[in-house]
Design a protein around this ligand. Structure first.
Ligand code: FAD
Length: 490
C-alpha cells in the first residue's frame, strides 16, 4: 500500500514535533514554512557578534523533547543536551531585596525565610497545593483531547473529573496567593506565573497555580548552545526520518473537496495530501486559509480575548554584570496597576516588571569577551492598533531608568547595539493574531474548554497543533498538542 502523505503548515515547534510523530507512524511528510528558517517563535539571530534567542528563553519539561527522539528509536543525547539550573531565576524587588529562586526546595525555603520572614511551611503548603492541582488536571486537561469521547471513557479521567472541585477554579490566582502568603513580595512572586501563559493573575483562575509545580518540581533547564538548539536538533531528527521541509513556502489556502481537506495551495500550486495539519495560528488558519468557507468558522472560539504579547529589546551590552544571573526579574512597584494598564487600558505601565535573560552566562560564545547579550522583555497587551512607536519609546526610557537604578549605574552607555520585537512584528513574523504569545488568554475558568480542538469537527482530515489551540501555549504544551494530533490521526 502506498504511504499516506501528511501536509503540515508551519515549522513552529509543534509543526516539527507533529512531523516527527507522524513520520514515526509511517506517513510521508511535507512541511511548508513561510519563513526561510524553522522554529517560528523559537528562532535565533546574530547581531554584531552577539547571538540572541529571539523568543522563548525558559526551558521546562525537557522530557517532552527527549520523548520525540526515543519515539524515533534514537538516543536523545546524540542530538540534544541540556543542564538543570540550580538557580531558576533571580528576583529583584523595588525595595532593594533580591531573592534567588533555588531549584532545591529546602534551599529555596531558607532563602525566602531569610529575605522575607515567610515560614518554610507556607512554601511547602503552596507546593503541595500546586502538585495536587497538577495531579488532577494533567491527565485530563493537558495530555489528551478535551474534545474526544474516548478521553472520558477511562478510569483515570473519571477519577480526575470527580476531583475537579479541588482545582480552585472559582477564585483568582492573586486571591489564592494572598491567602497562602503574608508577605506581599511572595504574593507577587507567585502571581507572576500567570504571565507564563499570557494571563492576568487578578482574573485568571487559581487553577493556574499549577504552573509553579512544572518549574519547581520538574526544574528549569538550559539547552547546550541555547534555546534554538531545541529547534535545530528536532529539525535534524525530522530530516533523518525523511521529513521534507520547504522554506519560503507560505501556504495560501487549504483546498477542500466537499468536507475533506485534500491539499494546499502554495504559491499557486496545488499540493495534494491525505491529511493537513495546521501549525498556523487557528485564527489565521480560518480567516486566511479557509477564507472561502465562512460558514465553517467557529466564531465563538475565534472571537475570544487573546493572551498578552511582549515587547523585547535585544541589547548588545559592552560590559559584564556579575550580580545578574541567566534569568532575572525586576518587579514593578505596583503589580495590580501594571496588569490594569495591560488588560484594562491596553497600554504599558510606566514602571513595568522587566524580565532580563542573559544566555551568555551559560553559553559564553553568545557575546564577545567581557560583554553580555541582554534579552529585555516586558509584558504588553495584544496588538489592537495602539500607537506602538510612542509606547515603545516611553517603555525604553522607563526600562533603562529602572535597570540603571537597580544596578546602581547608568546602563545607557553599555548598550552598543539593539533590535526590537513588538506585537506587530510578532504577528507579521509568525502569523500570530494580534501578536499574542499564547493564543487565547486563560483569564476565565472555562478557557481550557474554549480553546480550539486539535481536530476540525467540520472538515475531515484537518488537524491543528501549536500554541493557539488545545492544550495551550509555551513549548511544553505546544509539544503536547503534537502528541494529541498524532494519537488522533489513524
Ligand atoms: P509558532 O512558533 O508560532 O510557529 C508557527 C510557524 O508557522 C511559523 O514559523 C510561521 O512562519 C509558520 N506559518 C504560519 N502561517 C503559515 C502559512 N500560511 N504558511 C506557511 N507557514 C506558516 N514558551 C516557553 O515555553 N518558554 C518561554 O520562555 C517563552 N517565552 C516566549 C517569549 C517570546 C518573546 C515569545 C514570542 C514566545 C515565548 N514562548 C515561550 C511561547 C513559545 O514560543 C510558543 O508557545 C511556541 O514556540 C509556539 O510554537 P508553535 O508551534 O505554536 O508555533
Amino acid at each position: 500500500m502506498p504511504q499516506k502523505k501528511a501536509l503540515i503548515i508551519g515549522a513552529g515547534i509543534a509543526g516539527i514535533a507533529t512531523a516527527i510523530r507522524l513520520a514515526v507512524k509511517g506517513y510521508t511528510i511535507e512541511v511548508y514554512e513561510a519563513n526561510g528558517y524553522a522554529g517560528g517563535k523559537l528562532s535565533e539571530f546574530e547581531q554584531e557578534g552577539y547571538r540572541f534567542d529571539a523568543g522563548p528563553s525558559l526551558f521546562t519539561m525537557p522530557q517532552y523533547v527527549d520523548e520525540l527522539f526515543t519515539l524515533a528509536g534514537k538516543d536523545p543525547r546524540q542530538y540534544f543536551n541540556y543542564r538543570k539550573l540550580d538557580i531558576v531565576c533571580r528576583y529583584f524587588y523595588p525595595d532593594g531585596i533580591s531573592i534567588d529562586a533555588y531549584a532545591d526546595a529546602e534551599k529555596m525555603a531558607a532563602e525566602v525565610n531569610h529575605k522575607t520572614g515567610e515560614p518554610a511551611q507556607a512554601l511547602q503548603k503552596y507546593a503541595h497545593n500546586s502538585s495536587q492541582i497538577y495531579a488532577i488536571t494533567n491527565h485530563v486537561f493537558l495530555e489528551q483531547s478535551l474534545h474526544r469521547l474516548k478521553t472520558y471513557l477511562n478510569r483515570r479521567t473519571v477519577q480526575s473529573i470527580l476531583r475537579l472541585f479541588q482545582i480552585d477554579a472559582f477564585r483568582s490566582m492573586h486571591r489564592a496567593n494572598a491567602g497562602f502568603f503574608r508577605d506581599k513580595r511572595m504574593v507577587q512572586f507567585f502571581d507572576r506565573y500567570a504571565t507564563y501563559n499570557g494571563s492576568n493573575p487578578y482574573r485568571a483562575p487559581a487553577t493556574l497555580n499549577v504552573i509553579p509545580h512544572l518549574e519547581q518540581h520538574y526544574g528549569a533547564y538550559f539547552p547546550d548552545g541555547g534555546m534554538y538548539n531545541i529547534t535545530r536538533s528536532l529539525v535534524k531528527l525530522a530530516e533523518d526520518l525523511g521529513v521534507v521541509f520547504n522554506y519560503h513556502a507560505p501556504v495560501d489556502e487549504i483546498v477542500l473537496n466537499g468536507s475533506r481537506a485534500k491539499g494546499l495551495k502554495v504559491k499557486g500550486d496545488l499540493v495534494k495530501g491525505d491529511l493537513v495539519v495546521s501549525n498556523m495560528d487557528v485564527w489565521f488558519t480560518y480567516r486566511k486559509l479557509l477564507a472561502s468557507y465562512p460558514q465553517l468558522f467557529p466564531e465563538r472560539i475565534l472571537n475570544q480575548e487573546r493572551s498578552s504579547s511582549a515587547l523585547i529589546f535585544y541589547w548588545g551590552i559592552q560590559k559584564q554584570f556579575p550580580q545578574l544571573d541567566l534569568h532575572n526579574i525586576f518587579f514593578s512597584d505596583n503589580y495590580e496597576a501594571e496588569f490594569n494598564a495591560i488588560w484594562k487600558q491596553q497600554s504599558i505601565y510606566n514602571n513595568p516588571t522587566v524580565y532580563l535573560n542573559i544566555s551568555n552566562k551559560y553559553e559564553p560564545a553568545d557575546a564577545p569577551t567581557g560583554c553580555e547579550n541582554w534579552f529585555v522583555m516586558i509584558n504588553v497587551p495584544a496588538n489592537t492598533g495602539q500607537d506602538w512607536d510612542s509606547l515603545i519609546s516611553d517603555a525604553r526610557k522607563n526600562i533603562i531608568l529602572k535597570l540603571s537604578a537597580q544596578l546602581g549605574e547608568d546602563i545607557t552607555p553599555c548598550i552598543v547595539n539593539e533590535s526590537i520585537l513588538d506585537p506587530r512584528s510578532i504577528e507579521s513574523r509568525t502569523s500570530s493574531y494580534q501578536g499574542s504569545l499564547y493564543g487565547t488568554s486563560s483569564n476565565s475558568q472555562f478557557a481550557a474548554f474554549l480553546r480550539h480542538a486539535n481536530r476540525s469537527s467540520k472538515i475531515n482530515n484537518l488537524y491543528f497543533c501549536g500554541g493557539s489551540v488545545h492544550p495551550g501555549g509555551g513549548i511544553p504544551l505546544a509539544l503536547l498538542s503534537a502528541k494529541i494530533v498524532s494519537e488522533w490521526v489513524e
